[in-house]
Ligand binder design. Sequence first.
Ligand code: AMP
Length: 437
Amino acid sequence: MDIDGGSQTDQTNEVASAINDSSESNEGEQQIGFADMDLSRDMRRSLERAGYEEPSPVQAGVIPPALDGYDVMGQAQTGTGKTASFAIPILEQLASPKDIAGVQAIILVPTRELAGQVREEFEKLAYYMDIKTTAIYGGHPIKKQIEVLKNGVQVVVGTPGRVIDHINRGTLNLHEAWCVVLDEADRMLDIGFRPDIEKILRAVTRKDRQTLLLSATVPPSIKRLSTQYMYEPIMLDFSNTNVSADTIDQFYFTVDRKRKFALLKRLIQREQPHQAIVFCRTKRGTDRIAQQLSETFDNVGCIHGDMNQSVRDRVMKKFRDETLKVLVATDVVGRGIDVTSISHIINFDTPEDCDDYVHRIGRTGRMGREGVAYTFVSDDEGELLTKIEVRINRLLEPDAMEGFELKVETPVEYKKERVAAVAAMRGRGPAKHRRRL
Ligand code: AMP
C-alpha cells in the first residue's frame, strides 16, 4: 500500500496507458477481463454468482491500479458498474479483523438510496467472504447503527452528515481505515457536503491511505479536492462511454409550459413504458405531478427529499420490484437510482444544469440495455437545450405529438445556432479516456 516516488509514477503511467489502450479498444480487440486481474478465488466465485462475466470499461480501468494500492480518480457515473470498480479492490485488500479490528474502508455517497445500493453491491461481491458491511445515513434510527458499529464492521457506507454525527459521538473511529471512497463526488459537493467530506478525510489519518474518487463530472472544485487529499492519483475518464451512450435514444418536445402535463399523459399512453422516471425541478411539482398522474394511471409513485426515510424506502422497494411503473422524482434523489429495468426517462423540466441532464438520462440504458429519454422544452428553456447538446456533443432529435406544437415555431436562426454550437464541439473530437487534469 505504501507509495513512494519516481519509479512508482512511471509504473502508474504504464498501468494507466495500458488501461487506456484497452478501454479505447475497437470492436474485436481484447479488453482486459476479470481473468486477467489478480483476484482471489472467493471473488471469482462471487462474480460468477452475480453473473458478472466481463468487467465494464470502468471496472477494467479502475480495478487493476486500485488493487495495486494507487489513488484513482475516475470520471464515471452510475450505471457503468462503478460501484464494483471500487468494491472489488477494497474487498480484495481487506485485512483480517484479527490484524485490524476497526473499520477499514469508508465509502461516502450523496444519498440514502445510494448508500443502500452500494452496501448491497458489497454484500453481493463479498458473498463468499466473512466480511461485515453496514450503511449509515440520516432518517434511520442512530441507535441501531451504533449497535452495528459496536459489533465490528470492516466496511462502512454512509452519507457525510451521518458519518460526521457518528464520528462526533465517538461511535465511528476511522483511525485504522486505509481506504476512503468519494462516490458521486460532484453531487456531494453540489449538495453542500464539502466541509463534512473534508472533516472525514482528515479523520482518516493513516499515512498509507488509499483514496478513490468517482465523479460523473470534474469541475474545478473536484480537481481541488483531488489535489489536496489524494496522492498522485491516476486519472481515468470514462465519461464518453456513457454520456450520450448509443444505447439511449434522446428526443425533445417543444411544448407550451402550461401543456406539459397533458403532453406527459399522452406520452406515457403512447410509449407504455416498462418503467419510467419523470424528473421535475421542485419537490412541490413532483408531488403534484405524481398526484395528477395517478388519477389516470395505476402504479405511479413519487420520491423527493422532503419525504421521510421509511416512505422513501418503501417507494424504492416498489420501484425496484417493478410494482411501480412510473416514478416522479427530483434530481437529488433520482440521480442515484440504480434500477436496470428503467426504459424511459422523461425530463418534465429541462434540467438547468447540463450535468443533471447527463445524470438523469444515465438512469436508463444501464449496462448496455436500451433506453429512451424525452425532454420537454418550453419556449423559455431553449437555451438550456442548446447547452445540454453542447455538453453531450450531440443534437437531440425533435419529436412531436399532434395538438402540442408550440404556437411559435422554433426560429430558424436559433436552430442554426444549435447546429453550429454542436458542430464546433464535434470538431474537437472525442475526449480522451485518460487526461491529466
Ligand atoms: P453501478 O454503475 O455500480 O450502479 O452498476 C450498475 C448495475 O450493473 C448494477 O446493477 C450492478 O450490479 C451491475 N453490474 C456491475 N458490474 C457488472 C458486470 N461486470 N457485469 C454485469 N453487471 C454488472
